[in-house]
Design a binder for this molecule. Structure first.
Ligand code: AMP
Ligand code: MG
Length: 353
């Protein structure tokens, strides 16, 4: 049973890493928006495509179906608020006009992003969007921009140039051409809010996988911890290890999620705001384990940018709030003591306390 669940979660993670184009190729196996309900009505699962990735929500309990439906609706609501590809979204309007007054959800995401921009020493920066666009990650028309273009665009990057008014949720860019992207935080926020929905519906056990961002509610229905497999960046059929968790988000950022190759060099979608180039910190994947999915999502991106030493330093200052698993280019794993007993791996591993 344990093994079967592991395979299911692993499959979800790997599946989730595919792009929209992959959806078309494998659409015969995808049951977009289909809900599966158990015969006794005590569990429900829904697979769907949102925020440019595959997602699955599963809940156990009397109100499983309603909880899953409301969770899916919530994800779609957030997507409609923050997607840079939906012209009417609050973020798209802000990016176009340089100002907007936004909903509570968008305001929370912006406020948290600004707070964490400071705490991560600017490694996480939602104003990185003009750079992400220049590299072609928004359209799939990948290119290595000229240094002059990067230098020019970097002038429009900097969260200190974004004015957010907490009293009326108004947002103003202080420079023409600025744009934001909440893609590095929104999925973690959505999974954490789904935990609230599960709570409201009296769900006894649940798991969500939003494009490889996993968050679990309680334990499995048999009372044991969930097994969450963490993907191995160099292979789509292997995994780094398996983590036993309850009531936690397990969120991974890796270069393998979205990248292109040019002249033998790989360029991925996580950018270093200090250079305007894909982060080249020596890390190839960062997994954050925390009960706060929003925080875990931001940190997976930020610590990937920071690199090993700074990530360990950051953890040292916030060790009550999260655990982490880092993988470097030499296939060396580093994990924090809080999860050492719960993470099984075959790789060489250093534990930090
Ligand atoms: P994640 O997969 O959570 O690591 O988020 C990556 C996404 O966040 C990218 O696709 C970009 O849209 C955006 N992004 C890339 N680099 C950064 C950064 N340094 N800070 C904030 N967002 C970023
Ligand atoms: Mg993230």
């Amino acid at each position: 049973m344990k093994k079967r669940l592991l395979v299911i979660v692993l499959a979800c993670i790997m599946f989730a890493a595919c792009s929209r184009q992959d959806l078309t190729e494998s659409s015969s196996t995808s049951e977009d928006n289909q809900i599966q309900i158990s015969e006794d009505g005590m569990s429900a699962t829904r697979d769907f495509f949102a925020m440019d990735t595959y997602m699955t929500v599963t809940a156990y309990g009397d109100n499983a179906e309603q909880a899953v439906d409301e969770s899916v609706d919530f994800v779609i609501t957030i997507e409609n608020l923050i997607s840079t590809n939906i012209d009417t979204s609050e973020v798209a309007v802000l990016n176009k006009s340089g100002e907007n007054t936004v909903s509570e959800d968008t305001a929370y995401l912006i406020e948290r992003s600004l707070e964490l921009n400071i705490s991560t020493n600017e490694a996480f920066d939602i104003t990185i969007y003009p750079i992400v666009k220049a590299w072609g990650f928004t359209t799939g028309e990948y290119q290595v921009p000229k240094q002059e273009q990067i230098t020019e665009l970097l002038q429009k990057v900097g969260s200190d140039q974004l004015q957010f008014n907490i009293d009326d949720n108004s947002v103003t860019f202080q420079q023409v051409g600025m744009e934001i992207d909440l893609g590095g935080i929104a999925k973690g926020y959505a999974s954490t809010k789904i935990m609230d929905i599960f709570r409201q519906y009296g769900i006894t056990s649940g798991i969500v996988n939003l494009g490889g961002n996993v968050q679990v509610y309680g334990t499995k229905s048999n009372g044991k911890e969930w097994n969450v497999a963490v993907q191995y960046p160099k292979s789509t059929t292997d995994y780094l290890g398996v983590l036993k968790v309850a009531d936690k988000a397990v969120i991974t950022s890796g270069g393998y999620e979205r990248y292109f190759e040019k002249d033998g060099k790989i360029y991925w979608h996580i950018m270093d705001p200090s250079t305007g180039y894909p982060a080249d910190s020596g890390l190839v994947s960062v997994t954050i384990i925390s009960s706060d999915g929003t925080y875990a999502d931001v940190l997976s991106t930020a610590l990937f940018v920071m690199g090993k030493e700074k990530a360990i330093e950051y953890w040292g200052e916030h060790k009550e709030e999260f655990d982490m698993v880092l993988l470097d280019e030499e296939d060396k794993l580093i994990m924090t003591g809080g999860i050492a007993d719960d993470f099984s791996t075959d790789l060489e591993c250093q534990i930090i306390e």
